[in-house]
Structure formats: C-alpha cells, structure tokens
Design a protein around this ligand. Structure first.
Ligand SMILES: *[C@@H]1O[C@H](CO)[C@@H](O)[C@H](O)[C@H]1NC(C)=O
Length: 255
C-alpha cells in the first residue's frame, strides 16, 4: 500500500503547460464582468438537500491528508479539517491541547454509507502505528473513529475487531469515541492540498475562502490535487480538465 508518496503525474505537466493559457482566459472573463462563483455547480438539485445529509468524523493523521482522502468520494458533499477528541475549549493549530487532527464529513447516506466510510478510514492509514501517523509524530495524529449513536458505535467496534483479526502481531490503536464537539480548523488548513495547486484554484475561478470551504467541487479537487482519489475518479477528473482546456472553457464547474 502506497501511503505517503506524492509523485508528479503526467497530467500535472500537461496542466502546467496550459497554465498560461488558462490565466489569460480567466483574465478575459474577469474583464467581461463574469462572476465565477455563480457558475460553480454544487450538489445536484434533488439529489442531496441538506435535510438528508449525515455527518461523520475521523482522525487518521494529518488533517490535510485526511480531508483529501474523504473529499473525493462520491456521496461526500463537504469536508472540514478540524480538531476533535479532546477537551481543550478553543484549540488552535499551534496549541491543540489533547485534541486530534480530524476531518468532518457531510455525506448523503443514499450514496455512501457509514460502513463504507469506515472501510476508507481503515484502508487510508496505518491504525497500528503508535503515537503518530506516517512521518508525523505526536498524539495529535492518533487514530479515532467518532460515532454518533449506538448503531455507529456498534459498526465501528465490529470493523475494529475485523481489523485486529487481520493484524495478529500488532495492536490496532484506534479509539472509538462519541463525538462531542468538532472544532473547525483555521482557514489556511482547509482544502490545504488544493490551495497548493494554483492551476486548479484558477480552474474553478479562484473561489473566495468561505465558498471554497463549502464547495463539493473543491472537496473533490482537494483529493485530486493530493492524488488520493480512487483511480477511476482521478482519471475522470483528468479527462474533464483536458476537455475544458481543449474547448476553451476556462472554468471547471463539476467533476
Ligand atoms: C447526531 O446525529 C443527529 C441526527 O441523527 C444530529 O442531530 C446530531 O447533531 C448529531 N450529533 C453530533 C454530535 O454530531
């Protein structure tokens, strides 16, 4: 399992070569008075209105990466990086106290289930690692499944047991906790992977921070930028981007 490497993909070099083109096209659009955010299509109407959405939260190492892992999944509508699992009242990045870096996920249970989110959780980090995750060392990177209600606690416990059966020689360190409060992290930690990719930011019209944080498209592209989408989806987004570039349509509206 390849967990922490980030290779430059061929698609990124293709994208880089179109950067100049895109910037000039976007500039032309600004001049034409088009306001980008209106053109971003969010959750398709009728599929996910907020009443049917559910919320889950997990801690599995760096929240930059965790947000990217879940943001790309079909059925995930929004992601937020934050702090949870501890008792410190106002955690901040440099003083998060006893909290763990976490991701909160709003999802449509008709498209993805809590059980499926658990599978992604287990397969996206090493739950046997003690006091850290990958290169990140410290209590803030511990592994936690946050649950809401007895059914989720049961599913979490069953999945942990199964995970423990798979790894006989070492202990699964993951904690299971009822979620109390999720504290959203500072803006600079939201969609962190996407923000490092100026080409992609440009492609969705340089959304203002608040829209970027709420955007489903940004959540997906955040996963794409980190190359953490499932391969099929990673390819689909490559295709969409190349399509847009070919057709001189500078703004990516959906993936
Ligand atoms: C638990 O789920 C219910 C809906 O089933 C929701 O109203 C409540 O806010 C959730 N609690 C937390 C802490 O997320």
């Amino acid at each position: 399992m390849k967990l922490f490497s980030r290779n430059a993909s061929p698609s990124h070099s293709i994208m880089a070569s179109f950067l100049v083109l895109t910037i000039s096209l976007a500039a032309a659009n600004i001049a034409g008075g088009i306001r980008f955010p209106d053109r971003i299509s969010e959750v398709p109407a009728g599929i996910s209105n907020s009443q049917q959405l559910r919320t889950a939260a997990f801690a599995l190492g760096s929240f930059w990466r965790s947000e990217a892992v879940f943001g790309c999944l079909d059925g995930v509508v929004r992601t937020t990086a934050g702090y949870a699992g501890g008792s410190k009242p106002n955690p901040e990045y440099r003083s998060l106290g006893d909290h763990a870096e976490s991701v909160q996920i709003e999802y449509d249970p008709r498209l993805i289930t809590f059980r499926q989110l658990l599978e992604v959780f287990w397969s996206s980090h090493d739950s046997r690692q003690v006091f850290g995750q990958g290169p990140d060392v410290g209590n803030q990177y511990r592994s936690i499944i946050f649950t809401n209600g007895t059914e989720e606690s049961r599913l979490a416990a069953v999945s942990k047991e199964r995970e423990q059966t798979r790894s006989k020689s070492s202990i699964v360190t993951t904690q299971i906790q009822q979620l109390r409060t999720f504290h959203p992290a500072e803006p600079e930690h939201q969609k962190f992977e996407l923000k490092r990719d100026h080409f992609l930011l440009q492609l969705i019209g340089n959304l203002p921070e608040e829209e970027l944080e709420k955007s489903s498209l940004a959540a997906k592209l955040n996963g794409y930028a980190a190359e953490l989408c499932p391969p099929r989806l990673q390819k689909r987004i490559d295709g969409k981007i190349n399509d847009i570039i070919r057709k001189d349509r500078p703004i990516l509206q959906e993936v």
